[in-house]
Each structure stands twice: as C-alpha cells, then as structure tokens.
Design a protein around this ligand. Sequence first.
Ligand code: DGJ
Length: 726
Amino acid sequence: MEQIIIDNTNLRFLINTTGSSYAFQVNNAGFLTHLHWGGRIDRMEDLPNTREIMCHRHYSPRRGEVACQEYPGWGGEFYGEPALKADFPGGVRCSLLKYKKHFMEIKEEVEELVVVLEDGGYPLEVHLHYRVYADTEIIERWAEIINHGTDAIKLNSAMSACFNLPLVDHDYRLSHLAGRWGKEHTIERQSVNQSKIILESRTGLSGPFAAPFFALDEGFATEHSGRVWFGALHWSGNWKMAVERDGYDRVSVCGGINDFDFSWPLNPQETFTTPVFCAGISSEGFGGASRMLHTYQRKHILPPEIIKKPMPLIFNSWSSMGIKVNEAKILDVAKKAAKVGAEMFVIDDGWQAALGDWWPDTAKFPCGLKPVIEQVKALGMDFGLWVEIESFEINSQLYREHPDWGMSFPGRDIYRNVRDDVNRTSMMLNLAREDVREYLYTSMRELIVNTGIKYLKLDMNCYFTNPGWDAAPPEERQTIWVRYVQNLYSIFDRLNREFPDVLLENCAAGAGRSDLAMSRCFGRMNRSDNQDTLDILRMHEGYTWLHLSRMAGGACHISDAVYHINLRKIPMKFQAYTGMMGSLAIGKNLPSCTAEELEEIRSYAELYKKLRHIPQFGEMYRVASHYDHPYAAFEFVSADKQEALLFVLGHSIQFADKVPALRMRGLDPDAVYTIECHGNNPQGGYTASINEYQPMSGRGLMELGVRVELLGDYDARILHFKRGAK
Ligand code: DGJ
C-alpha cells in the first residue's frame, strides 16, 4: 500500500493508513489547506477542492484563504488559535506561512513527508513533518522552525500541529483525561459548542491535572463502536491543546508546547523542533483508539529491550517501611520477598544520603549497599532503587556546594518544598542548566554502574514554583520550561542507550508525567500513588485509554497502603487480581505477615507469572466499565488468539443482582476455548453451575458471552481461555 501519495501538479497530498486518510492541498493563495481526515479513500479525485473548504460562509475571501490551515501563523484575517506566533526584527508581529516546496525523507526505513512553509516577509521556514508507519494507524506530526535570516526572531508560540476535523451533522463531543494527585486519568466529557476549550498543563510537568490527550467523536461513539478522532502529545512539560469550534462550525485541535510564559529566541541559522503530536482515527470506538495507541507504543515508542520482556514481579519497600529503611531491615525483608516469589527487589525512598547526594546514607547502610546487593542477588532477585533527582535538599552537600543551581526568582524567597511525611525540605534544581544536567547524568550513570541495578524509579514530588533563571541572559530566561524537559530527556536517552536492560519507572508522584515522550525510555509508570483498588478500577480505564496496561505500576499493588486514601480495607485477592492486569508489585509488610498470608501472596505471585504473558503482550478490550456498573471487566487476548484472560472485579453487588453475560471480543470465532476459572468464591454462590465452565467457541463467547457470578463486596475472578482442538 502506498502510504504517501502526492499530486505534484495540483499540490495535493494524501496520507493513508490501513483504515484512514489524511489530505491537504496548497490553495490559490499559497496556504496549506486541510481537505480530509476520516475513513480511507483511495482516489485523490474524491477529495474536495480547496475552494469548497475555503469559501463556505466567509464574507471576506481573505478570511476564506486562511481557513482550515495545516499550520496557521498569526496575521491577516486569521482569528483562530495560531500554530506559530513570533516577533520579527523591526517590530513585525505577524507571520503568514505559505507553501514553498516539499520533499520526502526516509528515516530508519520509514517515509516522511516534509512540506516547507515560509513567511512572506522574513526568511523563516517551517518544515512540517508527517510520518506514518506501515504497521500502525497513527500519523505523527511535528514542525521544525528555522531562522534563515541574519537577526534573531522571538518565538512566542510554536505548536506541533493543527488537526482539522470534518464537518459533521452533530456537535462533536470532547473526551479527555483529567484529575489530580491520587485521581489521575479521570475520563471527562463535554460537548464542543462554538468556543475554545483549552486542555493544558502549567505545572512544568505534563500532569497531573490533565494528560496530553484528546478524543473527539460525534457524540454517540461507545467503547466498542463509532468513529473517534484522537491524538496525544509527546511532551513532558507544559503543553496545550486548543480545541476550537469557530463560527462556521469548523472544529480544530491545535496543540504543542504551552505558549504560557513561553519565549524562545531563535537566532540566525537556528532551528526549533517541536514535540511530536500523534493522531489517529478509530472506527471501533474508544477501545479501538486505545488499541491503536497501544500497538503504536509497542512497536515504535517503548524501549525495545524492555517491551520484549515480561514485567518482573516487584517488591517495593515504600508502603511498608517509608524512609525507615536500613541494612538489617532490608536484609530481613529480602529473604521473605524472595520466598513469596519477588523477582525485583526495590528499595524506595530513604536509602540515599540526601536528595542531590546520590550515595547511600551511611547511618542506615554503614557498609554501603554492597551487603544488600549481594544478598538480593544470592536470593535470585534483581535489585532496584528509587531516586528523585530534580530536587536537592537544603541540607545536602550539593546544596552547600551549588546553592545557585536552584530554581528561583531573584529577590524572592526561595520556594521550599516541605514534606512532613519524610521530614525533608528541598528545592527544585534548575535542570535547564547544562551543568545540572551533566551532574545528574553522571550521578545516575555511576549509580547504575556501581550497584548493578536493573530498575530505577524516577520520582518527582513537586511542580515548578518560581521558575526563575537569573544566570541566563534575559532573553533566554523563559526557555527554562522547554530546556528543562529537553535536558531531562537527554539524561535518560543516554542512560537508556547505555543500559538498555535497566527498567526505568516513570513515577513522578504517580502519573505526574503521563505522556508518550516519557515512554520512549521508561517502560513502567506509577499509574497513581492511590493504591485503593476500587479507585484503580476507574483510573485504570482512563490510564489504558492512552497507555499500555502492562506499564501500570506503583510502589505496590498487594499492600496495606490501600488504606491511605479512603481508609478502605480491601482483600488481598482483589488487590492482586487487579494488579495482575499491569505490572504487579508487593508492598506488604512481609516480616509481620502470618504464614498463611505469605502463602497467599506466594500463590498470587505464581498465578501472575503463569498468566502475565497474556495482558503484557496481548490486545486489551475494556468489556465493562466501573463508571457504569458496580464491577469492571477487562479482557486480554494473545496476539495469536490462542489464549485470553477476562478479569471481572466487582464491589457492592446488591440484591444478588446478576452480572449479565459478558460478551468477549477479539477471539477466533472458529476456535473452541477451554475455560479455567481462578478465584471462585469458597462459600459457593447461588448458581453453582456458573462456576463450572464448559468449553465454548470463540463465536459463542463473543455472541452469547460468558457468565460470572459475583456476590457482595470485592468478589473477583480471572477466567483463562485456552484454545483447544477445532
Ligand atoms: C511518591 C511516589 O509516588 C511513591 O511511590 C514513593 O516513591 C514516594 N514518593 C517516596 O517519597
């Protein structure tokens, strides 16, 4: 299949994935006008001409010319959200970007179309990149802004891309992922009327109040059906998406780095490259959109060494010990962790001398970490550590040596982040500085080399406050937001290349950076600090809209920390079964567990190892939502459709209400599957036969569904389907 088709005579461009098409054309005035983003078309001739797009109800032809641009500058009669806003020498503040040329590039065997736009009055070029992979439905867009002149230009806004949606006969509905600490990835919906809706982050991180993701549908798409247009930004700092419906009912999404407090001096011959804004269309509802994003991440985003391996069963010290870790306690708990089946032993916060001083606290570990590392390895586990590198403690050696490395505005009190739970006062480092970046890179490199860790958890427990940078020239100071993020990437890109088998966890206090850019290096994410399993059922739904289920971690899944949000007590089985959909971890206080409890944990560890290949390498279907029911059901199907798992997790089932037969998805209709049920209620239920499963065909499972009897509170099953003979 030809993916990028170009009509050089009419300057029309058609980009095809298997199921969708995206098209644009240079209009008579030279602007790049969007033509189509929808289902797949094969003939260029079917596309509308630019006049049809431009004319409609605009009184002014000039206003028509600038309608529906692929990358609008600001100026003339364009009143929408610009993708580019710049100050030029001599006081000019507008920029009309017109077509100059186009060319194709091939990078790592993937074709890329580059359309070059230029400003009419100043030698500024914008290279619009469009990349499409043969094996995904996702189109990637980004821009390079190049100053070919002799004077500096000040960029005030430099977005990644503008996506225009087709005119439809309903109001679009916007769905996005909002929330806050402990309530991340909450699905929010609203109708798009004539207005501008801004989704954004200004925390300096990409979260946690919103994730850089949008989905638009005509108002009636469901989890399994209907067309959904969606997109996600690859950016871990301040971002913005302006979802706009203009006076002519044209809906667009212009997104990229947030223009709030952004300013970038673009010196002669310099290029500013925006982050990628990727997008796609699903005709299988929100579930289809998620699966497209999952495939894309599996194939093109996540570190290859990590994505090909199953996620290890982790023991993490945080929820049982807090920062009160020491050699004796760790040696003791390590033996128990190995006994229950942990494969990765992680010491969380508390092992370090101080934030900034990334060596062991000698009061807690008088012989360093060596005895611990040796024992953990002898017990057959890998070893991992926690770090929070973007801050330094006021009582650290680093602060004493480099107080000027902190982030602050001159003349203002420095902003101190006080955490009573760990008895710590710290301040953010200005990672936009190169010396800070190199110090942190070297510290992390040495830590990995000296300890042989196979897992590093990157925490970040504050947001930007007082982002001053007085050591930089005045015109550079507002670049702090962007340079900071670029330097963060630089540290972890290098570490990832040098240590490809080290599993990096993107923690950030739980989804503080829930974006695809982080997933290029980080194979695991702390989905939330909230470990309340009932809350997780909702958070996991929103989380998997964007991310792979297998990446969902946290300090623990089987733990007592579930109490700390809602003071709710949840049985271990419910915690473990929910955790098995992601990257399972144990955070229980193992030395205080009874022999029965340890045996119970061991049994979950065994089950996780037996089943994890299905959720971790298979496709995911959200069968029933906890937003709608007192239960949730998530299904995973292996790529070859030989096996599937159905997790059914219920709470507050009243009146002995029945869970309706759950219709499965994605199975081979002609195969017959045996069904093994894990987690049957030992007291039995009303309908004993429900728990005795006979083999069923894939067609039967998808048409008739499968029955699960859940009763009362925290009842859960995992059904394991295995293909038998045909
Ligand atoms: C916040 C993280 O999300 C937790 O998992 C834990 O690592 C603490 N910080 C440690 O301070």
